[in-house]
Design a binder for this molecule. Structure first.
Ligand code: NI
Length: 492
């Protein structure tokens, strides 16, 4: 029975995860780029509104890793340099932001155009761009492919109308005869990028019939003869990938599918030229390190000692978590609820007094949810948007009442059973097996309880382990997508 319940819970969370997370990118009407008018053009110390989403750095240097991005807000400028860098005070310490010049962080993907009002030629993922020119709602930005135009008011262009970038592949010493193509490649009917694209092939031996000086080679395939392009250090990256400062290092940004110039290679890692300078991408089989997203969740708090210690550790690592709090605990420790919200975590509803809700009437469940929703709002001014029933226990009444509140029910995919063992190694065994293999998978939701000291110790070690393995931590809302109030980080 217990096993059945467990399987049921996992199925439910899988169902939740399989909800329409992929959604069309809205290119409509949102004004996602601000004009230069309010930029801090002159050196000023004191309070200033930065009206766009901005990135912060440890040093006044765009080549150093981005330490985080912040929503538009008022900042305290401590120091302003002539070169456009300003040191600002944040709750995590002082950081540098670049406030001059026409650098903008585009907070959603945009359509690229050759000319103003012209044909759409591609899309570019959310990233930092340099604005070269502006003409009304149109801005010319610098991209690796050269200057391209974007519409600042957003444009509604169906993806199907956007031609794919011409796929190209890195150089080979390809000659007539059998040759090993060491990367994924595309075949064409004609030696011309505009010719109809045929098929993608995994790395394999090919038979080259003729190799032309311009880089095109004719090969035999089981479907007939096809052309492939074998020249130049260019490569079409067909999926969104994470950019890394160093091979195997932490991810610092994402790159949308596009043609890149390959500068260097180290195993499955490639140094490619991007607008921000050269960055490493992982192009091997399987999941690219840094693109796996997981949500770590903590139930039953906040606890005055353990939650506080956990928050310190998460802040030091810049890792967001989701806290399924009890309303009774929020009322007892509102300052911790404030910290949770202020430090960028998600706060969510876990009932008021942790009863088995399946034993309560609809009215009783309603009271539990309402008191916690109100406690969270009173303490933080934030409306919680998801709900996790105590013990994961639910029935039709629980689900109906949750729906009244607009709460999706969020369970978990990894249960660390920390409340049971209260033992660091036992808890860690749910993250990594005896051979040191990570047991966490992409899009896992991890269940822990920030009311036991061993949980905090284990959580800190697990977070370090998962960060080193290239996982990215997001809140539950961000993992599940916009219908849960989150921001979607990836297309599809
Ligand atoms: Ni609980």
């Amino acid at each position: 029975m217990k096993q059945l319940l467990r399987v049921g819970l996992i199925l439910l969370v899988l169902l939740l995860l399989l909800q329409p997370i992929s959604f069309p990118i809205t290119k409509a009407t949102t004004s996602f780029v601000r004009t230069e008018a309010n930029a801090t053009d002159s050196p000023v110390i004191g309070q200033r509104i930065i009206p766009w989403r901005f990135a912060v750095y440890d040093e006044p240097n765009l080549r150093t890793p981005v330490r985080g991005t912040f929503a538009p807000q008022t900042v305290d400028i401590v120091q302003q340099q002539d070169d456009g860098w300003a040191l600002i005070r944040t709750w995590r310490g002082n950081f540098w932001v670049y406030v001059r010049d026409n650098l903008r962080f585009l907070n959603q993907s945009v359509t690229l155009f050759e000319q103003i009002g012209g044909r759409p030629i591609g899309t570019m993922q959310s990233q930092l761009v340099r604005i070269l020119n502006q003409d009304g709602n149109w801005a010319q930005i610098s991209t690796w492919l050269g200057p391209r135009w974007i519409n600042l008011q957003g444009t509604s262009v169906p993806d199907s109308q956007i031609p794919k970038q011409p796929p190209v592949i890195p150089p080979t010493t390809g000659q007539t005869g059998t040759h090993f193509m060491a990367w994924r490649f595309i075949t064409y009917l004609e030696p011309d990028f505009r010719a109809m694209k045929q098929d993608f092939y995994d790395p394999q031996m090919v038979d080259i019939l003729q190799q032309r000086e311009d880089g095109w080679a004719e090969i035999t395939t089981w479907r007939g003869n096809r052309w492939i392009y074998t020249n130049a250090n260019r490569r079409f990256i067909e999926r969104e990938v994470a950019l890394h400062e160093t091979a195997r290092g932490p991810a610092v940004a994402t790159l949308s599918p596009q043609v890149v110039r390959v500068l260097d290679q180290d195993g499955d890692w490639f140094l490619v030229s991007t607008w921000l300078g050269s960055r490493w991408v992982f192009l091997g089989q399987g999941v690219a390190p840094g693109t796996r997203q997981i949500a770590i969740t903590f139930d039953d708090g906040p606890h005055p000692i353990h939650t506080a210690r956990l928050l310190d550790a998460l802040a030091a690592r810049d890792v967001p978590a989701t806290f399924y709090v009890l309303g009774s605990q929020v009322n007892a420790h509102p300052e911790l609820a404030v910290r949770i919200v202020r430090e960028g975590h998600e706060i969510a509803n876990h009932s008021f007094s942790h009863p088995l809700l399946t034993r309560l009437s609809a009215a009783g469940i309603r009271t539990e949810l309402a008191r916690t929703r109100d406690a969270i709002f009173q303490a933080t001014g934030v409306t919680s948007t998801t709900f996790r029933p105590p013990y994961g226990a639910q029935n039709a009444t629980v689900r109906n009442v949750a729906a009244e509140f607009g709460y999706p029910i969020v369970l978990w995919s990894v249960d660390t059973r920390d409340w049971e063992s209260r033992n660091v190694n036992a808890i860690l065994s749910h993250f990594v097996d005896r051979n040191g293999n990570i047991r966490i998978r992409d899009r896992d939701i991890i269940l822990m309880h920030d009311i036991h000291p061993a949980t905090i110790d284990a959580a800190i070690r697990a977070v370090d382990l998962l960060l080193a393995a290239g996982f990215t931590f997001v809140t539950v809302q961000d993992l599940l997508g916009p219908q849960f109030g989150g921001t979607v980080h990836n297309r599809g």
